[in-house]
Design a protein around this ligand. Structure first.
Ligand SMILES: *[C@@H]1O[C@H](CO)[C@@H](O)[C@H](O)[C@H]1NC(C)=O
Ligand SMILES: *[C@@H]1O[C@H](CO)[C@@H](O)[C@H](O)[C@H]1NC(C)=O
Ligand SMILES: *[C@@H]1O[C@H](CO)[C@@H](O)[C@H](O)[C@H]1NC(C)=O
Ligand SMILES: *[C@@H]1O[C@H](CO)[C@@H](O)[C@H](O)[C@H]1NC(C)=O
Ligand SMILES: *[C@@H]1O[C@H](CO)[C@@H](O)[C@H](O)[C@H]1NC(C)=O
Ligand SMILES: *[C@@H]1O[C@H](CO)[C@@H](O)[C@H](O)[C@H]1NC(C)=O
Ligand SMILES: *[C@@H]1O[C@H](CO)[C@@H](O)[C@H](O)[C@H]1NC(C)=O
Ligand SMILES: *[C@@H]1O[C@H](CO)[C@@H](O)[C@H](O)[C@H]1NC(C)=O
Length: 570
């Protein structure tokens, strides 16, 4: 990986529109409404930039199974449910591939795949065009090997609306390739859900916050040497563009022009608690879906992670002496936002300070050690110090008209949990400079998030690891007028990860062993919407570099209005 060739300037992210909400207060998300010149012979491929997944060559086992062939049309609340039966050969590697075609007018849709009560993949769809699109994604799901080894209810949820206005259905095929990897990556012996556990009733196991209590009781075996919790957390609706949200004290600043702003500030923290003790945190990455901000940005190359929403991992090994008592313990996920306490000073993080809504769940990956733990069951020593500050400054004219709002949010947290089994440390920092001008018609947010974590594990030395990441985003959006029909947008965002790696496949890095990733996408888009005829045009530059499994991969693509104009792969 040649990270020195890539500069992260301050980049971006803004606010968009809900085309079916009228009048739009803030642009949230736009469906595909524009027509691409008919190309009846071949659907337009919509790709994500990612390193191709390696399927190990194996003479002893190489079996492909079709897991699902299904059309998601009017599928709101109606997931696909199938029965999975493991192949008979000795496999330790599982790679899935999902192929989707669609034509018509449709929003992007979130989708989740479950084995029983446990979510194994969260993805989203590309938006179709009238003449049709096709997309395909491959993913290594070997970290769920202990689930794949037993028969499972396979539940695939893709909530789609299909009617005379939203005419795009998604025709999908999901296959899995089972093989034997001689490198034998480690895998968890046992995986426990932090979900509502609705698999038996054929429903997706996912919590909605605020509203649900995302808490479960789990009893761990006493012979665990290493444990991590992996969390999926996705903001939707008024939380989809949380990083552009205004401070709660400022939501009425432009009431007469753009209406009430979406509040609770631009910062969110996902928290894990074990028996009401904090066990670690995640500061979410701003995934932008294919209708996000302006659809023109994401065609024919989708945004970072749009087909594979990375999960957040928290090593809970320091809690194992406490948890290895044969008794149930509660595991709880919370999402907190910003109570700015009137502004200009210290703010408070609160689960009451988020809008609707976040989709969250998690699981505990458990690895057996050699013997049962027989020491005392004290909790780890936990120390954490969050700080969060906000400022806000409104410019108004002599007659009291608010013209411009500047607001900032900064946050820092360190977290440590320590016991005889190990130490888990996190250190995170964040800043967001927000701007709303032209009485609310122009907006800009410049945000950076960066962090490090380290697990030092005497109980499972091989699993000790370090991770660092940074994800800047700049998003600008300017409406042409107060009827909100036309806007220009600019986005520049990226993701850098550097991981020393673990012997198992990580739900965050998506690989086992060390990896370095640099992704960046930046460009401009235009959007216009009149009844039943919307149009979006975008120009983007997209870079993806990953070094993993000892091999580098790099792709640089430029797109202009549905066409790839430059494509270089190394
Ligand atoms: C983008 O492509 C569409 C469909 O081919 C075309 O109608 C439109 O004029 C193009 N826009 C620009 C700015 O080139
Ligand atoms: C989806 O499948 C249906 C039924 O087989 C077919 O009629 C339709 O053309 C397919 N649509 C696309 C976009 O592939
Ligand atoms: C650990 O405990 C579990 C559950 O009690 C048991 O099934 C498993 O065989 C044990 N593993 C080892 C390596 O002792
Ligand atoms: C100006 O902004 C302040 C703070 O948000 C708000 O209370 C006030 O109502 C706004 N004034 C007008 C005229 O909208
Ligand atoms: C306030 O003053 C600005 C110019 O400073 C003007 O454009 C606007 O129309 C005035 N608004 C009202 C409500 O008088
Ligand atoms: C984004 O908006 C900010 C604030 O208006 C402005 O300073 C910056 O130049 C804009 N960036 C782009 C690329 O338009
Ligand atoms: C929206 O406002 C612009 C500029 O004032 C105008 O040209 C356009 O016709 C308006 N569109 C609608 C649908 O009202
Ligand atoms: C938009 O399309 C819908 C459904 O096709 C139709 O009922 C409606 O009248 C159309 N609106 C306009 C303004 O053309």
């Amino acid at each position: 990986m040649h990270s020195q060739h890539l500069l992260f300037l301050g980049f971006i992210l803004p606010a968009l529109v809900f085309a079916h909400r009228s009048p739009p207060k803030k642009l949230l998300e736009a469906p595909s409404l524009f027509q691409v010149a008919a190309q009846p012979q071949s659907p337009l491929p919509i790709i994500e930039l990612y390193k191709p997944v390696n399927v190990p060559e194996s003479t002893t086992c190489n079996v492909q199974q079709i897991l699902m062939v299904h059309t998601f049309a009017s599928s709101y609340g109606v997931p696909y449910v199938g029965q999975y039966t493991p192949p008979e050969c000795d496999f330790n590697n599982v790679v899935i591939e999902w192929t989707v075609t669609s034509a018509g007018r449709q929003f992007d849709r979130l989708a989740e795949m479950f084995l029983g009560d446990i979510e194994v993949w969260r993805t989203s769809t590309a938006e179709p065009t009238a003449s049709g699109i096709i997309f395909r994604y491959q993913k290594d799901l070997s970290m769920y090997l202990s689930l794949w080894k037993a028969p499972q209810e396979l539940i695939f949820s893709l909530n789609n609306v299909y009617d005379s206005t939203y005419t795009g259905a998604f025709n999908t095929t999901l296959t899995a390739t089972f093989s034997y990897n001689a490198a034998k990556p480690a895998h968890a012996d046992l995986i426990l859900p932090i979900t509502p556990q609705l698999g038996a009733s054929g429903q997706p196991s996912i919590f909605t916050l605020p509203g649900d209590s995302a808490t479960v009781q789990q009893t761990l075996p006493r012979n665990i040497s290493h444990a991590t919790v992996s969390i999926a957390a996705t903001g939707q609706s008024n939380e989809e563009f949380w990083y552009t949200n205004a401070l709660q004290s400022d939501i009425y600043t432009f009431e007469s022009t753009v209406g009430t702003l979406i509040g609770y500030g631009p910062f969110r923290e996902v928290q894990l608690y074990i028996d009401n003790m904090m066990a670690g945190v995640a500061w979410p990455f701003p995934v932008i879906f294919t209708g996000g901000i302006a659809p023109g940005f994401w065609r024919p190359v989708v945004g970072i992670d749009a087909y594979d929403l990375r999960e957040y991992e928290i090593d809970i090994t320091p809690f194992l002496p406490y948890l290895s008592d044969g008794k149930p313990h509660s595991f709880s996920i919370r999402v907190v936002g910003v109570d700015d306490n009137g502004g200009n000073g210290p703010a408070t993080l609160s689960s009451d300070s988020i809008n609707s809504y976040w989709l969250v769940n998690g699981k505990v990956f458990l690895f057996y050690g050699d013997e049962e733990y027989s020491g005392n069951h004290s909790p780890p020593t936990i120390s954490t110090s969050p700080t969060i500050q906000t400022t806000s400054n409104i410019i108004s004219t002599a007659n009291g008209t608010n013209t411009t709002l500047y607001y900032t949010t900064t946050a820092k947290r360190t977290f440590t949990a320590k016991s005889s089994f190990g130490t888990w440390t996190q250190s995170l920092s964040y800043s967001n400079n927000g701007y709303l001008g032209q009485e609310g018609l122009a907006s800009s947010n410049i945000q950076t998030t960066s962090g490090t974590s380290a697990a030092v594990l005497p109980s499972a030395l091989d699993f000790s690891n370090t991770l660092s990441y940074t994800y800047p985003i700049t998003a600008n959006l300017t409406y042409a007028s107060t009827n909100f029909t036309v806007f220009d947008a600019y986005v520049d965002y990226g993701l850098k990860i550097s991981s020393s790696g673990r012997p198992d496949v990580s739900t965050y890095t998506l690989v086992s062993g060390p990896m370095d990733l640099i992704a960046r996408q930046f460009g401009n888009a235009y959007y216009s919407s009149v009844a039943n005829h919307s149009y979006s045009y975008g120009v983007m530059d997209k870079i993806f570099q990953e070094d993993s499994y000892g091999t580098p991969y790099s792709r640089h693509v430029k797109t202009d209005n549905v066409t790839i104009t430059y494509d270089s792969t190394i």
